[in-house]
Design a protein around this ligand. Structure first.
Ligand code: GRF
Length: 208
């Protein structure tokens, strides 16, 4: 029998994307095992969700490791020590350091709450993304799963899904609609990767 893909997940706050992935691994939709959750906020719901699911949950931040290089090394080593094949940024608001990027090059994916390449880049996170979409008068928004490299929101796009923007939308109403799309897109994309239906571009050794 094929070994299940090992996921390392990073999250920062509420952790609803994390929960969607945990649930989909548990019900078999994603043929993968969430091995470890890293969170930069000790009090985040994401850490509690991981612990409830019986997944190793680790707080790593500038509080635990004040030197950026030490934090980067700790994140890399935590993921590596759990044998992680694929790193998933599931609502992770921090930038990864060069050691982690290098160790998992081509094997890190992120979910972004808009249709990249628009509405991405430095400072484009949380409600700001949806405010920018509304300010631009866009008639649709959506979610993007993409590879992570050293640039914010610039790696290869793996999958997108679209939602309409309604005339009466506020940033929170749009965010809620996009969040539903994020959960579905992230789970479906990871499921495709785990069953070998979606290959990550640029990997010399395929994950599946
Ligand atoms: C999501 O919109 C995610 O795309 C963005 O931040 C939000 C996190 O939500 N980066 P949650 O923590 O997954 O509930």
């Amino acid at each position: 029998m094929r070994r299940r893909l090992k996921l390392g997940l990073l999250a920062s706050g509420r952790g609803s994307n994390l929960q969607a992935v945990i649930d989909a691994c548990a019900d078999g939709h994603i043929d993968a095992e969430p091995c470890v959750v890293v969170c930069n906020n000790r009090d985040a719901e994401a850490l509690a969700r991981a612990a409830t699911a019986g997944i190793a949950a680790v707080h790593l931040s500038s509080r635990t490791h004040p030197a950026p290089a030490a934090l980067d090394a700790a994140i890399r080593d935590t993921l590596a020590s759990h044998g992680v094949d694929l790193v998933v940024l599931a609502g992770y608001m921090k930038r990864l350091g060069p050691l982690t990027l290098e160790r998992f090059r081509g094997r890190i994916v992120n979910i972004h709450p808009a249709l990249l390449p628009q509405f991405g880049g430095q400072g484009m996170y949380g409600m700001r993304v949806h405010e920018a979409v509304l300010a631009a008068g866009a008639c649709e928004s959506g979610a993007t799963v993409h590879l992570v490299d050293a640039e914010y929101d610039r790696g290869a796009i793996l999958a997108q899904s679209r939602v309409p923007v309604h005339a009466r939308d506020t940033a929170p109403t749009l965010a809620a609609r996009v969040l539903d799309a994020e959960h579905t897109l992230l789970v479906d994309t990871l499921a495709r990767i785990a069953r070998g239906a979606l290959h990550l571009p640029g990997l010399s050794t395929p994950l599946r």
